[in-house]
Write a protein that binds this ligand. Structure first.
Ligand code: GLA
Length: 692
């Protein structure tokens, strides 16, 4: 049983395989947090601390570990909920009402209902316990049971209490072409805030938290949570003067207000959260396993070819046909036409919104290309940017009021485009219809959905930040219902829409426009902390790379991209015979190993060398892989001792690469490790592991 209740003392204990989470209701009806950490079975050992004021300047609400602090009374700390009622009262004062437990196939759920002591506002806290995954999913639902409106000004998905100071907080920073740059900083007094205010997406921070006590990959305490939401979010980490660290994550209250009408419900996004005392690797495995089990489908992802870096906007049917033939020859399984196929799209200035096939580029329609791709036995995919419109288009001329705007302000363009007001039903209908028509009238298997600018001049309703994303989710859900075989890739100027909100509705992420194979290793490494490898699209592209200007051998570029879901973005028509042969070999090899890459357990191996080696391991059933990279050989270069992880101690393994074959026990490989020496610049090796 994963949810244990002591009715008499009103204490709730949530149990996963290795962990416990406890909270209770005190004699004043306040929800008090009691524990989060390693497993404790005896619920009766938990005690409800008595509320005692230390001084008038340290009100009990400040010191008390509240499970769901609201704005109101003597509370000055960060709160999870702020509501303005119709009479102008801006404080919530809740009391505990009841609890309910629901048993579902995959999880048990504890539902706690609170109610405002005066107004008919109900707050339900949801705790879904995924015992075998050592994870919980928390969320909050508000219900207005009164006859009057209530203005929700802030709603966080959860508050977490971590009973330590001086923790390390990690997340990612970044920008276009430099997504997922992991940073770690000490938490001290004061607050650490990460957020997104852009409405669409952000490369700057990602909606998750990781707090650790000097953990490594394999040891140490780690508390973590990942929000299931795209667009605006905020996360606040605060080390309080009272000896603990608080974390809150949920909807960003910046310029936010949601009018909760009588009878209406409104939910904060769910947050998947967990604890481990086994370091970052276990954290990643829990999240990856959860994603595999409940978010991603079971299909192995196809090898993709995308023409963007080869042709830019200069798409022509003739050239696409040639690219498709060559892509097939190389072994690609999915051919994707990127930007430039529609409207008067010859650059960024025009086209978005006019989603008809461009006649000059495809004189006989796009089916000429699709039919050819299909006759070659490949799937067909296409790029769209449905939330946007360019000013010169027919769509904008006919519906200038469809963009986000204020009556007396000029709407800003960015990348020469406006954002459509997705909160309008007519706009939602237009976007849905356009995509439904596209998918109905053409044999399309894959949509790359892009979003290349943030929202500005939002509109009068301050719930736009929430509703815009809801509309995107709803449209894709409806499209998938009608066209269940179609895969959706989430892209926003590269990796701007990587989050657990979009995943599950979409199928994979475009990870970054930065396709430099070395830079990608950094991006992929950080990505892997939270997100599953299967959803990580990675392309091999031409050199010198358009961002880094760096020349990297094709073998290294392939190895880097084969660590995720492989794609090719080169101008393959320019490939030499030698490049064609190598690409064919690597793609064929990827097809053999991809179940291990896409669905195996992933390990970020420790670099025990002074040189900048990077090594990664994947394990699935009796097989595994090691990818090892060395970007530059340094003076005094020594071999790398590579200690493997996750093997069975007493099983014997065979490791093969090049003409080398090594037979060792799991214990030897994990404890002593093997010595490997790569040399030169951009050296890489792929080593195969199998149980003997
Ligand atoms: C964004 C995407 C790219 C490409 C272009 C097309 O930048 O990240 O992959 O699709 O748009 O305009």
């Amino acid at each position: 049983m994963s949810i244990i209740v002591n009715e008499e003392r009103r204490i709730f204990l949530l149990q996963t395989l290795h962990n416990s989470y406890a909270f209770g209701v005190d004699d004043q009806g306040l929800l008090r947090h009691l524990y989060w950490g390693n497993k404790i079975d005896a619920i009766d050992d938990f005690e409800m601390p008595v509320l005692a004021e230390v001084s008038t300047n340290d009100p009990v609400f400040e010191i008390t570990r509240e499970e769901f602090p609201v704005y109101g009374r003597l509370r000055y700390k960060e709160h999870c909920l702020k509501v303005t009622f119709a009479d102008g009262c801006r404080e919530v004062d809740y009391v505990y009402e009841n609890y309910k437990i629901e048993n579902h196939k995959d999880y048990d759920e504890l539902i706690i209902t609170l109610k405002d002591s005066h107004y008919d506002l109900y707050i339900t806290l949801h705790y879904k316990v995924y015992g075998d995954f050592d994870l919980m999913e928390r969320s909050v639902t508000l219900r207005n049971a009164s006859q009057e409106n209530m203005a929700i000004e802030q709603l966080q998905s959860a508050q977490f209490h971590i009973p330590y100071e001086n923790l390390n907080f990690s997340n990612v920073h970044g920008h276009w072409g430099a997504e997922q740059q992991r940073f770690v900083q000490k938490v001290s007094y004061g607050k650490v805030v990460i957020e997104n205010r852009r409405g669409i997406s952000s490369h700057n921070h990602n909606p998750y938290f990781i707090l650790d006590r000097d953990a490594s990959e394999t040891q140490g305490e780690v508390y973590f949570g990942a929000l299931r939401r795209s667009g605006n979010f905020s996360g606040v980490v605060e080390q309080t003067p009272y000896g603990e660290t608080l974390v809150q994550m949920g909807l960003n209250d910046h310029d936010f207000c949601y009018n909760l009408a009588p009878g209406e419900e409104f939910s904060a996004p769910a947050i998947i959260c967990g604890y481990t005392n086994q370091g970052f690797e276990t954290m990643s495995h829990h999240l990856h396993h959860f994603a595999q089990a409940f978010i991603l489908d079971n299909d192995i992802r196809p090898v993709l070819y995308n023409s963007w870096e080869a042709t830019g906007f200069g798409v022509t049917c003739e050239e696409q046909l040639k690219l498709a033939k060559k892509a097939k020859e190389l072994g690609a399984e999915l051919f994707v036409v990127d930007d430039g196929w529609f409207g008067e799209r010859n650059g960024i200035k025009n086209g978005l919104g006019d989603w008809y096939v461009n006649k000059q580029k495809f004189p006989h329609g796009i089916d000429e290309l699709i039919d050819e791709v299909k006759s070659l036995g490949m799937m067909f995919g296409i790029w769209v940017e449905p939330e946007m419109v360019n000013p010169p288009t027919k769509l904008y001329k006919e519906h200038p009021d469809w963009i986000y705007h204020f009556a007396n302000r000029v709407s800003d363009t960015s990348r020469e485009q406006y954002v459509l007001d997705m909160t309008r039903e007519d706009v939602q209908q237009f976007v849905y219809q356009m995509l439904d028509d596209l998918l109905t009238s053409h044999d399309i298997d894959y949509i790359k959905w892009d979003a290349n600018r943030p929202i500005s001049q939002s509109n009068l309703d301050r719930s736009v930040w929430y509703k815009h994303i809801e509309a995107v989710y709803d449209i894709v859900k409806a499209l998938k219902k009608k066209h269940p075989h179609v895969l959706f890739e989430a892209c926003a100027s590269g990796g701007g829409r990587i989050d657990y909100g979009i995943l599950g509705i979409f199928d994979d992420f475009w990870t970054s426009d930065n396709t430099d194979a070395c830079d990608r290793l950094t991006i992929q490494d950080s990505y892997s902390y939270i997100y599953p490898i299967k959803a990580m699209r990675a392309w091999v592209t031409d050199c010198p790379n358009f961002i880094s200007n760096r020349d990297i051998p094709m073998r290294y570029r392939f190895h880097s991209a084969m660590m995720g879901t492989l794609g090719i973005g080169c101008n393959i028509l320019k490939f030499s015979d030698e490049e064609t042969k190598l690409a064919q070999e690597m793609i064929a090899l990827y097809k053999e190993i991809r179940p291990i890459v896409q669905e195996g357990d992933f390990y970020r191996l420790e670099n025990l060398s002074e040189d900048d080696y990077r090594s990664y391991e994947y394990l699935k059933d009796t097989k595994g892989l090691l990818f090892v990279f060395l970007s530059h050989t340094r003076i005094g270069h020594r071999p790398l001792t590579l200690k493997l992880r996750g093997l069975k101690k007493d099983t014997r393994y065979k490791l093969t690469y090049g003409d080398q074959e090594i037979h060792k026990s799991g214990a030897y490989l994990m404890e002593r490790g093997i010595d490997l020496r790569l040399s030169g610049d951009y050296a890489s090796e792929l080593i195969f592991i199998s149980e003997m």
